[in-house]
Design a protein around this ligand. Structure first.
Ligand code: PHE
Length: 404
């Protein structure tokens, strides 16, 4: 009987199931196989099938058996059963088709050979078709399982990229540039390494003038013979460089870095930022100066802020002033920041000293103008109530994020 002893088709399917387990499964499967398939162990003669009809009937039985088992296998959908199933039917050594070839076809009498051959081929084609269909279905299932696994989950939260923000000093630069551009000024930039001539002399600060003391800076050793260089202490040298190159009318602002030999603390740094302003023309009066300053302060700090000019001294302006504004923190009532005065100092400014025109070949009799030097850190501090100048340069995102 098929399914006994060494007649069991063992492991010729190439599967990887452990041999002893495979034997158990196949044995179980084959011994429980019902009657019709046992017929393939005998010849047609033994089965007393002598006519075409009887042969066809035998094949109908086999095909029905195949279809039933296939339906069952499909229902169970177990990969181990799948291997056993195909080994049972297609196994090269002792699969059902091999048995039919050996036991029915080969020993059949010549008058039955044709019908047995035909029926066998048609059975083979049927089984092969089912197998192809099954393989395709398995592959498709695997593919869709894989694509389900690999599919991008659109509901997952995205990768959040931390968004940077413009540095508060940069924002102040841009705001001030916007205000003066709207007044017809243009923006120019100059070198941070300057000659003493542009940084001091041409600005009416001769070599031994005491005004140099509070502008002590870093000097660069110059190649022998060359004029020494220094890191500019203010943006004012660009007043001279601009007037040397350009005839009036002049209306410029000069944003940039400046350097002084100061020890860093809450109000000092060895580097800070200024915006220089210069306007020179044939008919510029003190009123234009005052109006420009007032307009700028209102635009920058708000329409309620009032300004006042306090006498001061700079070698390159005459008269010189400090521009004060009503305290932005107490609206002029008096607080700790303004030391109860109600006023805070904003920046230095003044009418261009006629002596300066002498350095640039401008006619001091026909021309007049004003200049100012805005401290960018200071104006930013007042606008946002920042109490330590060092915060600007420490790049602590907790500080910077507040200005996003
Ligand atoms: N350059 C001066 C300073 O740095 C500021 C200033 C500029 C004053 C222009 C008057 C006019 O202190």
């Amino acid at each position: 009987m098929w399914g006994h002893g060494n007649a069991v088709p063992l492991h010729d399917c190439g599967c990887t199931i452990q041999r002893s387990v495979h034997v158990q499964i196949v044995t179980h499967f084959l011994t429980t196989m019902p009657e019709p398939l046992q017929k393939i162990e005998r010849t047609l003669q033994q089965l007393e099938a002598g006519t075409n009809e009887q042969v066809s009937a035998l094949f109908v039985e086999v095909r029905k058996k195949f279809n039933d088992q296939e339906a069952l296998r499909r229902k169970e959908n177990n990969p181990t059963n799948l291997l056993v199933f195909w080994t049972t039917w297609l196994g090269r050594k002792s699969g059902v088709l091999t048995k039919i070839t050996e036991n029915w076809l080969k020993p059949s009498p010549p008058d039955l050979k044709r019908i047995v051959g035909q029926e066998l081929n048609s059975l083979k084609a049927h089984i092969e078709a089912v197998r192809l269909e099954q393989t395709a279905a398995t592959e498709m299932a695997a593919e869709s399982a894989a694509s389900l696994r690999e599919r991008e989950d659109l509901s997952l939260p995205g990768v959040a990229r931390p968004l940077g923000s413009r540095h508060p000093l940069r924002q102040t630069f841009e705001e001030i540039e916007r205000i003066f551009l709207s007044l017809g000024y243009s923006v120019v930039a100059g070198p941070e390494m300057e000659t003493p001539y542009y940084n001091f002399e041409a600005l009416n600060i001769p070599e031994h003038h005491p005004a140099r003391d509070n502008m002590d800076t870093f000097y660069m050793a110059a190649p022998s013979g060359a004029a020494p260089l220094l890191l500019r202490t203010h943006t004012s040298p660009m007043q001279i460089r601009t007037m040397e190159k350009q005839q009036p009318p002049v209306r410029i602002i000069v944003p940039g870095k400046v350097y002084r030999r100061d020890n860093p603390d809450a109000t000092h740094g060895f580097m800070f930022h200024q915006i220089e302003g210069l306007a020179v023309d044939t008919d510029i009066t003190f009123c234009d100066f005052r109006g420009t300053v007032e307009y700028f302060v209102r635009e920058f700090l708000g329409p309620k802020v009032k300004t006042r000019l306090r006498p001061s001294y700079f070698p390159f302006t005459e008269p010189s002033v400090e521009v004060d504004a009503t305290c932005v923190f107490c609206a002029g009532k008096g607080c700790n920041v303004c030391k109860q005065s109600g006023w805070i100092e904003l920046f230095g400014a003044g009418m261009v000293d006629p002596a300066v025109y002498g350095f640039v070949n401008y006619d001091a009799k026909k021309l007049s103008g004003f200049a100012f030097g805005l401290g960018v850190e200071r104006l930013t501090q007042l606008k946002y109530n920042i109490n330590d100048l060092q915060l600007y340069f420490q790049n602590d995102v907790r500080f910077l994020r507040q200005f996003a």
